[in-house]
Design a protein around this ligand. Structure first.
Ligand SMILES: [Zn+2]
Length: 301
């Protein structure tokens, strides 16, 4: 059925296509949209894992689930492989299914490969499958009249808020060009950004390449610094500077790379994965000279 629908799709191919792991659908998408990023729906992945492994793992099912989603969120391919090896060792009765069905297609579902790609947050960092459903619901709710009303109300309050004074130009651009969901999400991130401090990390005098650094520390990032730097290096992107964005109270830290062309990459992966700037970006925008907000930071969806 879905394969037939694909046949009648016209126009520009989508940037991302989420599917269950149906072989016929995979073959059809590969043929009809070779350049589209294919990801596997986590709802189906979760269902398949449960259907195949719960009967063989019980009573270890609950701890397995926690460990499995921990590996799913691994911050680099190296960390994923280490976690995967530990997982298959700890749960030998699950090993055959994991190795045969899920490992070969890991680049289509695991965060280490999808976290930095634009998937409208369908393939991004999630702690549990529940978070995935929340993300999906959030996107759906974004289209509702209720949200549009919230945006309208926020617009009416604009002269009373500090955010309006801090982010005059970005908000004007967002109100003119972005959809209600993008505007409301950015408004929320702007609000959270005021609790963060930002400092520019200096490249030590004898170190000539950012790839040579490995001392970034961050407990909450979704991509490892060494993997981030490898990706930057592979794509030959020119780094303008690297920023450390830290919560003033919890000291939670994120690393953000600013490129010479105005683009940026934050290790929380929200900008790359959801296509909307994160609070760390907005924190940097108000504290670091030379940072700019462009409407291209909002990915079309
Ligand atoms: Zn961020």
């Amino acid at each position: 059925m879905h394969v037939k629908i694909l046949k009648y799709m016209t126009g520009r191919p989508p940037e991302v296509f989420a599917s269950d792991r149906s072989p016929s659908l995979i073959a059809a998408t590969q043929k009809r949209m070779p350049l589209t990023l294919k990801i596997y729906c986590l709802h189906h992945l979760d269902g398949n894992v449960q259907q195949n492994l719960r009967p063989v793992l019980d009573p270890l099912w609950d701890p397995f689930k926690i460990d499995f989603w921990g590996v799913y969120n691994a911050t680099s391919p190296t960390a994923f492989d280490a976690g995967w090896t530990a997982l298959t060792k700890k749960y030998p009765s699950a090993k055959a299914y994991l190795v045969r069905e899920l490992y070969p297609c890991r680049e289509n579902w695991a965060v280490a490969w999808l976290g930095f790609k634009f998937t409208c947050a369908l393939g991004g960092p999630k702690v549990t499958a529940t978070q995935l459903f929340h993300a999906l619901n959030e996107r759906t709710q974004a289209q509702t009249a209720k949200e549009q009303e919230l945006v309208r109300q926020s617009s009416h309050r604009q002269h009373d808020t500090n955010l309006e004074r801090l982010f005059v130009e970005p908000l004007a651009l967002l109100r003119k060009h972005a959809c209600p969901y993008a505007l409301q999400t950015c408004h929320r991130e702007m609000g959270l950004s005021v609790y963060y401090g930002v400092d520019v990390i200096q490249l030590p005098s004898r170190v000539r390449n950012w790839c040579m650094r490995d001392d970034f520390t961050n407990d909450n990032r979704f991509i490892a610094a060494d993997w981030l730097m490898e990706l930057v290096h592979k794509q030959a992107l020119q780094i303008k500077r690297i920023l450390r964005v830290s919560h003033m109270s919890t000291k939670t830290t994120h690393i953000m790379v600013q490129f010479t062309d105005g683009a940026y990459f934050c290790d929380c992966c929200m900008g790359s994965n959801l296509g909307l700037p994160c609070l760390h970006f907005f924190a940097a925008l108000t504290r670091v000279q030379g940072m700019g907000f462009y409407i291209t930071h909002i990915r079309t969806r």
